[in-house]
Design a protein around this ligand. Structure first.
Ligand SMILES: C[S@@+](CC[C@H](N)C(=O)[O-])C[C@H]1O[C@@H](n2cnc3c(N)ncnc32)[C@H](O)[C@@H]1O
Length: 277
């Protein structure tokens, strides 16, 4: 990251990695700390002070959920992570899995180079990973479809979409879910994370939006999208088979945790869809 005082969308991936590193026992991400750097640490200090101290914990829960989901569903052969950032699922999960990591070009170039270095030095185990650069606000469909099909060959897939929808608008979101339908077959899964519309009236969400707007390069707006449950309940050819949130995940993975400031919880929801047609 360059030394400047605004944050760009792709740089948020460093932040979520450092959150996951804050509690490895909970997140199960023992490699997230590889992405730590002083500049991100400064962003996080500001975020904890001005928005919420609960965020690192919430991100650990999210990672833990997908980690456990893949382990529990051993029919999954390919994990396709849209807006993968510096997620480390490939190295935390069984080595028979195929991974497709998709994100903006700066993230993909940086991640690929670093992972190759760390694999060569033995800091990371070898995994079957395909990296693809793509911008979900562009016309990506044709080329991305060809690339993904050549890798998956209709194997059972899980698409992960976490920490991304906040930055997309509704038209881009609908296109993305239509694209998921085009690349998946019956029985495949989508795991998607988003905020519910009702969070918009909370003070903590207002602080989150203000934080991003303040820290955004001039003339560049963060979208801060939220979605109703009905969005997931009405996606063509998919059934909503699971719905979790901060509280249900916390109960499952850290039953003794006491949330010190409940009003500071940015309650993200996790939805699992399964393709029926
Ligand atoms: C908050 S990070 C989350 C990263 C990762 N999924 C995680 O949970 O740690 C948001 C990610 O979305 C990616 N992203 C945002 N807008 C995007 C777009 N238009 N096209 C592709 N990726 C995008 C960013 O580059 C970044 O890696």
């Amino acid at each position: 990251m360059q030394d400047k005082d605004w944050i760009e969308v792709h740089e948020t991936a460093f932040v979520t990695s450092m959150y996951r590193a804050s509690n490895e026992g909970l997140s199960k991400d023992t490699y997230a700390k590889l992405w730590s750097n002083p500049k991100t640490y400064k962003w996080i200090e500001g975020f904890l002070e001005h928005v919420s101290e609960e965020e690192p914990y919430a991100h650990c829960l999210r990672n833990r959920y997908f980690y456990e989901f893949v382990k529990a569903n051993n029919n999954i052969e390919v994990v396709i992570n849209f807006g993968c950032g510096f997620s480390m699922y490939p190295f935390l999960l069984d080595d028979h899995l195929i991974h497709i990591e998709i994100d903006l070009p700066n993230i993909i170039e940086h991640k690929k180079a670093k992972v190759n270095d760390w694999t060569a030095s033995g800091d990371l185990p070898k995994r079957n990973i395909h990296y693809i650069s793509s911008d979900f606000s562009s016309r990506y469909e044709g080329e991305l479809l060809r690339k993904i099909h050549s890798i998956t060959n209709h194997k059972r897939s899980l698409i992960i979409l976490e920490g991304v929808l906040f930055f997309l608008n509704m038209e881009q979101t609908k296109r993305l879910f239509r694209f998921f339908n085009a690349i998946q077959t019956k029985g495949d899964y989508i795991g998607s994370v988003s905020f519910q519309d009702s969070i918009r009236t909370t003070e903590v969400f207002e602080r989150l939006v203000n934080f991003f707007q303040d820290k955004t390069e001039e003339n560049r707006e963060f979208i801060c999208q939220t979605l109703p449950d009905s969005f997931y309940e009405t996606i063509s050819d998919y059934n909503l088979i699971e719905h979790q949130d901060y509280y249900s995940l916390s109960k499952a993975y850290a039953p003794n945790k006491i949330t010190k400031k409940p009003k500071d919880v940015l309650n993200e929801h996790v939805y699992i869809l399964r393709k029926i047609e």
